[in-house]
Design a protein around this ligand. Structure first.
Ligand code: ADP
Ligand code: AMP
Length: 219
């Protein structure tokens, strides 16, 4: 399956993607995680992306689209993938559609996670991620690690993302409404959008998502 996860920052895309990718046996591809890995490795791409990420802005399309395409071209993604954080504007969505169509492929579903803004603000305020791998995500009260400050998965140090401060979050939410929400309409015209509530326990949301994807595939 080729699936796009969409939803505001803090909706739980990365958290759900980890479970959904495992259940569906497809790789989880997060452009945010790819940028953070490049930043921690000090690559030229990471250096370029950092200034935009720190400001809560989108990294320019010419950098992002190539990076996402390269990742989707890796062998583990040949039979499907779960995209998290990409596409993030209509130009990226069109580039993705064209790139898939060029290979005779198409998306199967766009899973839209709905969460009220006050809840995403609380989720982001308590988010802690792992230095070794930013796909290892915790929350100080909603999903605490067994030992404070230590990643349950790999023992790495947990830290708060620099762009999770209040001012940058406000900016990221504004960018989400202006740039990213329009992709939902873009994909709605293609009949691909499945909307679910992302409120409730992580396991409940995963079950809801799996049910919705099954119903969509059967329809
Ligand atoms: P996104 O990838 O959409 O930005 P994350 O998956 O990083 O969001 O989740 C944001 C924060 O909310 C994390 O700290 C995560 O542990 C927490 N979280 C995710 N899903 C839930 C949930 N269903 N209930 C409470 N907290 C959640
Ligand atoms: P995320 O981890 O998805 O919250 O992304 C963190 C930051 O990375 C975003 O605020 C953007 O600055 C940048 N980013 C991630 N994905 C994209 C994308 N598809 N297009 C542009 N910028 C992105």
């Amino acid at each position: 399956m080729r699936i796009v996860l969409v939803g505001p920052p803090g909706a739980g895309k990365g958290t759900q993607a980890a479970y959904l990718a495992k259940n569906l046996s497809i790789p989880h591809i997060s452009t945010g995680d790819l940028f953070r890995a490049n930043i921690s490795q000090g690559t030229p791409l990471g250096k370029k992306a950092k200034e935009y990420i720190d400001a809560g802005e989108l990294v320019p399309d010419e950098v992002t689209i190539g990076m996402a395409r390269d990742r989707m071209g890796e062998s583990d993604a040949a039979d499907g993938f779960l995209l998290d954080g990409f596409p993030r504007n209509v130009a990226q969505a069109k580039a993705l559609d064209e790139s898939l169509a060029g290979d005779g492929l198409a998306l199967d579903a766009v899973l839209d996670l709905e969460v009220p803004e006050d809840e995403v603000v609380k989720r982001i305020a308590g988010r802690r991620i792992c230095r070794n791998d930013s796909a290892h995500v915790f929350h100080v009260t909603y999903n605490p690690p067994r030992t404070e400050g230590v990643c349950d998965v790999c023992g790495g140090e947990l830290y708060q993302r620099a762009d999770d401060d209040e001012e940058t979050v406000r900016k990221r939410l504004e960018v989400y409404h202006r740039e990213t929400e329009p992709i939902i309409d873009h994909y709605r015209t293609q009949g691909l959008v499945v909307t679910i509530s992302a409120l409730g326990k992580v396991t409940e949301v995963t079950e809801r998502a799996m049910e919705a994807l099954k119903r969509d595939a059967a329809a």
